[in-house]
Design a protein around this ligand. Structure first.
Ligand SMILES: C[S@@+](CC[C@H](N)C(=O)[O-])C[C@H]1O[C@@H](n2cnc3c(N)ncnc32)[C@H](O)[C@@H]1O
Length: 329
């Protein structure tokens, strides 16, 4: 049992675990351990690393549940560590993405807390998505990370909502297309539009998120306009933006849809109270990286009002994501 000072020390060292995870993913250690336990010397030779330094990083991650040190300086993968193997879709790409440029921006969190503005823009000289547009490799990693995060969640959204009465679905900021793919697979009567910046559309065209039959790919800027359709899904997009920007995106959806159309915002709602929830961590990262925020149900209702929409209902999927459904006010 840690005493209060030790608990604070452990919290304060959180970045060490986070960066250590990034290192072992970038070195491909989980892949090397897929065949069974190995010594640190073997792993270091295979990854051209310093054996003692690698040992120290792996020793840090073992008590966190990623490895087991089965003999001195010999490690095997645990069930938790196995999700970092690159031969299966998983959170390894998320770990790499969040610990690269987003991590550098996060180092300036005090600036964001003082000003309420995204530190990313100050550190990198341009907003996050503009920067990604100029860094194709990082943009592709970002899209892979989003696919990893969406595993299971997109299927859960597709099964939780009844799309029967609609004909043309627009996935706004759909990126890699995993959600649209899951919805189209269950709803053969629907045609789809995948709308995103060119880097997102490129990932979707390459099939990063799955098959996209009956789909039109449209590259554009949702602050200008969005393609027409009778149902809109906007997943994990609104949380990237402050209220004024988010209302503009939603208003553009309302303008493009007939009065009977629906706008579905798919996000994890911030629960009331003190219980631990990953969304509270993501919320603070988003503050520093894009200037957005995670919201409560009441905050989404307020956003819809500002965009000329009305919150109709909230459907909790079997995953962490809720579907917040709106129609024209
Ligand atoms: C956090 S990702 C979510 C992607 C996907 N909906 C998902 O749930 O995985 C936000 C998406 O918004 C897209 N995006 C950002 N700014 C945009 C803009 N101005 N116009 C269109 N898409 C944009 C990004 O390219 C990215 O694919």
């Amino acid at each position: 049992m840690l005493n209060p000072s030790q608990q604070i020390m452990r919290l304060g060292l959180g970045f060490a675990v986070s960066q250590a995870l990034r290192v072992i993913v970038e070195l491909g250690i989980p892949d090397l351990l897929a065949v069974g336990e190995q010594s640190v010397d073997e792993l270091a030779a295979a990854t051209q690393s310093d054996a003692d330094a690698l040992y120290r990083v792996m020793r840090l991650l073992a008590p966190e549940g990623v490895f087991r040190e089965v003999l001195p300086r010999h490690f095997e993968l645990t069930e938790v560590g196995a999700v970092l193997r690159s031969d299966r879709p998983g959170p390894g790409d998320f770990v790499r993405m969040i610990n690269s440029e987003a991590y550098l921006a996060f180092g300036q969190l005090p600036y964001s807390v003082r000003t309420g503005k995204p530190a990313f823009d100050k550190v990198f000289g341009s907003p996050r998505f503009d920067w990604l547009s100029e860094h194709p490799e990082q943009a592709a990693l970002f899209q892979r990370a989003m696919v990893a995060l969406g595993q299971g969640a997109n299927e859960a959204i597709a099964e939780a909502y009844d799309f029967k009465t609609f004909t043309r679905i627009v996935d706004v900021g759909g990126g890699h297309g995993q959600l649209l793919s899951a919805i189209l697979a269950r709803n053969p009567h629907l045609s789809g539009v995948l709308f995103d910046l060119p880097s997102g559309v490129a990932a979707a065209r390459q099939g990063a998120g799955g098959d996209l039959p009956r789909t039109e790919f449209v590259a554009g800027d949702f602050f200008e306009s969005v393609p027409t359709g009778d149902i809109y899904v906007i997943k994990k997009v609104i949380h990237d933006w402050d209220d004024a920007a988010a209302a503009t995106i939603l208003r553009n959806c309302r303008k493009a849809t007939p009065p009977s159309g629906k706008v579905l915002v798919a996000e994890t709602l911030v629960p009331a109270g003190d219980e631990p929830n990953q969304i509270k961590g993501i919320d603070v990262v988003i503050l520093a990286v894009t200037g957005g925020l995670e919201r409560t149900q009441a905050q989404y209702a307020g956003l819809f009002d500002a965009a000329g929409l009305r919150l109709e209902r909230v459907i909790q999927t079997r995953g962490p994501i809720s579907i917040v459904e709106a129609s024209a006010a």
